[in-house]
Design a protein around this ligand. Structure first.
Ligand SMILES: [Zn+2]
Length: 333
């Protein structure tokens, strides 16, 4: 633990303890000096990579040997706290960085070091690679939702603040990626269902999947009465639309599915079903998605409302496309 003061550093006399300014403090009765304890400044860095993984270093020495933590170390005289953060990052992880902002300031009472003021910065990685320095046994990136237990509780606190700060922005970026199917790759879609639920487009897709009966019931209740044959065809348009938009919203490529709408268009013409009724069936199908989305109350934050506007455009585009293919098929015959 932290070394105890035994002799006065000014006159060499033994130290006693006295109650001064509301606290017990080390005191030299010989030269009447009171020793005030100040927290030591410690700098720490949060660096993330393109996959939103966080850089951790494995401690080589005591205390907390063999535990992971953010790059961290004491500030030295003659350097700013920012310089200390970047120096520690370079020394422990071999990474050149640039300070973005302060994420957290934490004062802690540590068994080994006494009182500390830990300042954690967000830092951008400038160098491509990282490799452990002399103080570290290893340095590597970990997923933000699955990293090992950290040596410093303050590191966890700062990381949680960092995630809180960025989570809306990340959701926004992810939603836009989903909205732009051309840039989406299979790799970009989170594997875990819990994460997929953070994307509004996926919430709607899963809602369609879970409640397909409800969507159909609603569609049926608003559709005017037709003879069974016509009704069957119009219902098929609605069901094909739901099935296809579900695939589209979750990032699947569905160009071949549009071909089915073209073929359906040719059948509708053969059956002499009017264009007016076809367009009503499509419009009602789209309306059902929004009615259910509103009834399920899936919009909880301004961000979700914003995202919903983006997805609204996408759903309109989808229904425009299937209308185009249906009519094309219809007119082909
Ligand atoms: Zn003294």
């Amino acid at each position: 633990m932290k070394k105890k003061r035994i002799y006065c550093s000014f006159c060499g006399a033994p130290i006693t303890t006295r109650f001064i300014d509301e606290k017990y403090r080390d005191h030299c009765d010989n030269c009447n000096t009171t020793f005030y304890e100040n927290p030591l400044p410690v700098a720490s860095c949060i660096v993330i990579n393109k996959n939103r993984e966080v850089l951790l270093v494995l401690r080589k020495n005591e205390p907390y040997k063999d535990m992971w933590c953010l790059p961290i170390g004491f500030a030295e005289s003659g350097e700013s706290i920012e310089q200390a953060a970047l120096r520690e990052l370079k020394e422990e992880a071999g990474v050149n960085g640039e300070i973005v902002r302060i994420i957290d300031v934490d004062t802690v009472s540590n068994y080994f070091y006494g009182d500390l003021a830990i300042i954690t910065f967000e830092v951008i990685q400038l160098s491509e690679t990282c490799k452990p320095g002399d103080d570290a046994a290893d340095a590597k990136f970990f997923p933000m939702d699955n990293y090992p237990q950290l040596a410093w509780e303050s590191n966890e606190k700062a990381l949680n603040k960092f995630i809180d700060l960025y989570k809306d922005i990340w959701t926004m970026i992810d939603s836009l990626k989903i909205i732009q199917p051309d840039i989406i790759t299979h790799h970009d879609i989170p594997k875990e269902k819990s994460k997929q639920y953070t994307l509004i487009s996926n919430i709607i897709a899963f809602m369609i999947d879970d409640e397909i009966e409800l969507f159909t019931k609603q569609w049926k209740s608003e559709m005017p009465h037709f003879n069974d044959n016509i009704f069957h065809f119009l219902l098929s348009i609605h069901q094909m639309s739901l099935h296809t938009i579900k695939l589209w919203l979750t990032g699947n490529r569905i160009w071949k599915n549009f071909r089915e709408f073209y073929i359906m268009g040719t059948y509708l013409k053969k059956e002499n079903i009017s264009l007016k009724d076809i367009l009503s069936a499509i419009a009602l199908s789209r309306k059902c998605i929004w009615i259910q989305a509103i009834e399920k109350n899936i919009l909880h934050s301004p961000l979700e409302v914003y995202t919903m506007l983006e997805i609204n455009n996408r759903i309109i585009l989808f229904y425009d496309k299937i209308t185009y293919f249906l009519i094309k098929g219809y007119e082909h015959l």
